[in-house]
Design a binder for this molecule. Sequence first.
Ligand code: ARG
Length: 584
Amino acid sequence: MNKLVDQISALLADAFQAAGYDPAYGKATVSNRPDLCEYQCNGALAAAKAYHKAPIAIAGEVAAQLNHAAFSQAEAAAPGFINLRLAPEYLCAWLEQMRTDTHLGVPQQEPPRTIVVDYGGANVAKPLHVGHLRPAIIGEAICRMERYVGNEVIGDVHLGDWGLQMGLIVEGVRERQPDLPYFDEQYTGEYPDEAPFTISDLEQIYPAASARSKVDAAFSARAHEATLRLQKGERGYRALFEQIMKVSVADLKKNYESLDVHFTLWKGESDAEPYIGPMIQRMRDEGYAVQSQGALVVEVQTPEDTKDVPPCILLKSDGATLYATTDLATLVQREEDFHPDQVIYVVDKRQALHFEQVFRAAHKTGIVRPETRLQFLGFGTMNGKDGKPFKTRDGGVMRLEALMGEITDTVRQRIEQNQVIPPEKMEQTAHTIAVAALKYGDLSNLATKDYAFDIERFCAFEGNTGPYLLYTIVRIKSIMSKYGGEVDHLPLRPAENPLEKDLQLCLTRFADQLLLAVRDTAPNVLCAYCYELACAANRFYHDVKILQEPDEEKKQGYLALLRLTSRVLETAINLLGFTAPEQM
Ligand code: ARG
């Protein structure tokens, strides 16, 4: 279905043509002076230069052609604007179409583009902490938005499961249980099904091993050695690796689920391993991979560069692979499996240089096609109120579960005061609202910026917050249930009062704002729209007595409008990655 603003532009184009001007000047935009008009056209200002005529004269001639039923007002205004207001019947007819459209008026991408979103990025055997919150939240929103506009989206968690951290864990396990068969090189039997550790064991083993490697050179050397042997595919190491993965992934899944984050693929760096050998061989054969100071690298500096871009390292001198190697090999795999049009990486912005190198190497060596768009969406840090990276009270890295617990407690205290939630629904409701508070608090900021996590502000039921959006939806639902009748098929009515019309106009902008958010990979744009819509809904609701309205037809029109509002809001928050409770 056509966007309303495009439909209006088409009418403007006809009017420019009828008045003897190039129809290309007929472009409508949402007014930036809502006190004067609802839409505006600046085409006469641009046409003035080409036609050597006063803009206001052109605007006047075009406006005279706009005697279409779509407009209740079409006026030229100095120095050459055309100011437009929509006829309520026309607006209502468009909304009526939007209401029955499967995608609420959002045009679908034709043909669909295939997009891989690399987000999450948790590291195996390390507890999920706040540093992995932002990629999960932002990446999930991007996947959902892209899918809604008709694209084919593959979301990949891309676990960190291949670097030195794995060698550290292996050595950590060996210290504790040196007699395990995994470490016995003579062992030829089957390895046990049961993992020799729990997730809490693993979560102790990694930090301890990591700390030790910094002070104990012999231990560090053993960890490097173990990493290499694992990467070379030694049987015992590989079997132990599988156990680490099994235990860790089960725990990660649980954590991501609780955040309502769902990946299409649970791949990791280790899955790229089979692609590494052939990839490097080809790069050597084709002359892309060269020796440099003992390492094998791909040069990615170009003559246009004004800064130094270091080469992309494929192999260290000991033959170990690096982060860039697995990222390149993963692109080989993705090209083979999905042939994507675009790959979006949602990763900490401090990794910008790494991705610059990887993208250049991937294009240079033909791993991806020239037209494949490789995009790095680098996000900023989540800070505490003190402006420093968010920490626990005693200065440690905050675990995700602990953070969710704190937010849920704060929310629970709020809703307990309202006294509408029965005890058996309390936990679930508090969790639903907490997810909204956290995700909206994050997504409403520009992803690239750092932001301050402020639990009180994020959880407030008033203001620009997740809970406020939920509250608006819950309020509308409560009106619907007080009305009692079926509301889904009640007809919309042409607006009669200004706040009603404002709300209707705001609804028509859903498609525009979502498409903008998708174009700029910017969920914050959709957040801003949700807030605007919630505010418009609340103004309308406070101004108009809905259930007390004596005129039954009018009342039904109001209800139909609120129903469409709650559908759009619920759809939009769902794209952002959260849902509304029944009550709060
Ligand atoms: N595991 C990495 C980290 O914690 C993030 C992975 C990002 N994705 C990628 N393809 N490199 O920093």
